[in-house]
Design a protein. Structure first.
Length: 522
């Protein structure tokens, strides 16, 4: 293996180093199956050989449609070993949502479980770049090979993964994340979550999400053990903390609320958990969680897929309530006006960020040069988010991106969702907006204009949603309107729809008993 592969600025080099220094230490346990650092190195080599035999070369895209399972982790490292670009796909995508992402990435190989294979089968005829679809179920996959993988030169700036994020006014964009992003960002995590030698990290977040993938590389870089469960269960979470001896838990605010909603028991503190990372989670919820279960809660962080953690309050410090901390050590952060001029202290503006070292930020949006140019101006990534910064450098988040929707841990592109809804023959126009949720994050409201001489009923509309949309994108609220409010240039005035919220004329599909299971994939 050449020196380039042993370089600690690229992921395969770090894995090789860990396999040499601590070969027998458990690295990842996923859905009950574990790999030491040495075993992960060996499996990555073998799977990489299998991919190479399919014709995969440096720069080719390999998409995975897999739930949390050890093969998913192996593929992350196997792709990196041969310089292929991993494209983790949300397992709940179907139809046009799935076709768009696979076509945009121009994936030549897809590795999927049975449900994923069915979903791909429905759109494969429209995927001209897709050469191989590999099944991965109870028997594993047919990619394991014993042949030596040809050496590949890698650099920190080479793309490690393309992770899709929903934009505010367009279709989802693939963030090109380099090796340096994955190797250098975990250093910020040490301050964020106070990683210590011997820590056991635990999560049930899906591996197609950025934070779960970040935990894999954090465990790699810091020589820690990571336990990934197949799915989240509030009723068994305390038991899992105890069984795994977890010291650091990462989840989302809704998970913390679900655990708080469980009955008080003698097991509430029968575990080794020291830190719980959950966003969003209010100060009152944080206090309630710590009082009952013991660990400190970390919720003061702000970041994006493009950047990782932009700001945070180190766990070892008090921070400031209601803020999202100060700039990560690896970034410069500013709050600016529409002309990129710094606003006055305490005034709201757009948050922009620049790395202090190369290959830490994303490299741009895959096959979207115009969007890249718009987002990265003057060497600064423009987040599109509004915030205000105080005299001590603490950032307060003010507002989300316009038209952005965050639901059940997923980002939803309003443009993509609207395009899917108007695929119904009785619907001529649609606009979707975020409305307040009794839980954390958002609920989705669809304002629909029915075609002339057409009619639509809630149950029939829900059946259409269920067949065409991933579960997290199905609107809870629907309102039939005569027309959408528009400007003189015919742009929908979504601020008026958001302001109206849920009205007496709004259907609440959940209240009508029209719901879908969180994990439904078919």
């Amino acid at each position: 293996m050449p020196d380039a592969m042993e370089d600690l600025e690229v992921v395969p080099g770090v894995l090789a180093e860990r396999a040499r220094l601590c070969p027998d230490q458990l690295f990842v346990e996923c859905a009950g199956e574990g790999r030491t650092f040495a075993e992960m190195q060996e499996r990555a080599e073998r799977v990489a050989s299998g991919l190479h035999n399919l014709g995969v070369r440096k720069g080719d895209r390999v998409a995975t449609i897999l739930p949390n399972r050890i093969e998913h982790v192996e593929l992350i490292f196997a792709c990196a070993r041969i310089g292929a670009i991993h494209v983790p796909v949300n397992v709940f995508l179907k139809g046009e949502f799935l076709r768009y992402q696979l076509a945009d990435a121009a994936a030549s190989v897809v590795v999927a479980d049975a449900d994923g294979l069915r979903a791909v089968g429905g759109v494969r005829g429209e995927l001209g770049d897709l050469l191989h679809v590999v099944g991965c179920d109870d028997g594993g996959y047919g990619l394991l090979d014993g042949e030596k993988v040809p050496d590949v030169e890698l650099a920190a700036g080479d793309t490690f993964a393309i992770v899709y994020t929903s934009g505010t006014t367009g279709m989802p964009k693939g963030c090109m994340l380099p090796h340096g992003y994955h190797v250098k960002s975990p250093e910020a995590g040490r301050g964020l979550l106070d990683y210590q030698e011997g820590d056991i990290l635990y999560t049930a977040l899906p591996l197609f999400h950025g934070w779960a993938r970040g935990m894999v590389t954090a465990a790699l870089v810091h020589s820690l053990t990571l336990v990934i469960d197949a799915e989240f269960s509030a009723s068994s979470l305390l038991q899992r903390f105890a069984e795994t001896h977890a010291t650091v838990f990462s989840g989302v605010g809704a998970m913390g609320m679900a655990l708080l909603a469980t009955p008080v028991s003698d097991n509430d503190r029968a575990h080794d958990l020291r830190v719980a990372f959950m966003i969003p989670f209010s100060p009152d919820q944080q206090d309630a969680f710590t009082t009952r279960f013991g660990p400190r809660v970390q919720s003061q962080m702000y970041g994006q897929t493009e950047t990782g953690a932009i700001t945070f309050a180190p766990l070892a410090e008090e921070g400031k309530p209601a803020t999202v901390g100060r700039a990560s050590p690896q970034y410069e952060v500013r709050v600016v006006d529409d002309h990129d001029r710094d606003v006055a202290v305490g005034e709201p503006g757009e948050v922009i960020v620049r790395s202090k070292q190369p290959d830490t930020l994303y490299a741009g949006y895959w096959r979207k040069p115009d969007d890249t140019t718009e987002a990265i101006r003057g060497g600064w990534h423009h987040t599109g988010d509004m915030g205000r910064m105080d005299a001590d450098g603490y950032l307060t988040f003010v507002d989300r991106k316009k038209d952005a929707i965050r639901r059940r841990g997923e980002n939803v592109s309003s443009v993509q969702l609207e395009a899917a809804i108007v695929g119904h023959p009785a619907i001529s126009e649609a606009a979707v907006v975020a409305v307040a949720s009794e839980m954390t994050e958002d609920e989705i409201k669809a304002c629909i204009v029915v075609a002339p001489d057409a009619a639509i009923e809630p149950s029939e509309l829900f059946a259409f949603f269920r067949s065409k949309l991933p579960y997290f994108a199905i609107p809870r609220y629907v309102e039939i309107v005569e027309a959408l409010p528009k400007t003189a240039t015919m742009r929908v005035q979504k601020h008026l729809l958001r302001g109206a919220g849920v009205t007496e004329a709004t259907w609440d599909l959940e209240q009508l008993g029209l719901t879908v299971a969180r994990d439904e994939r078919r």
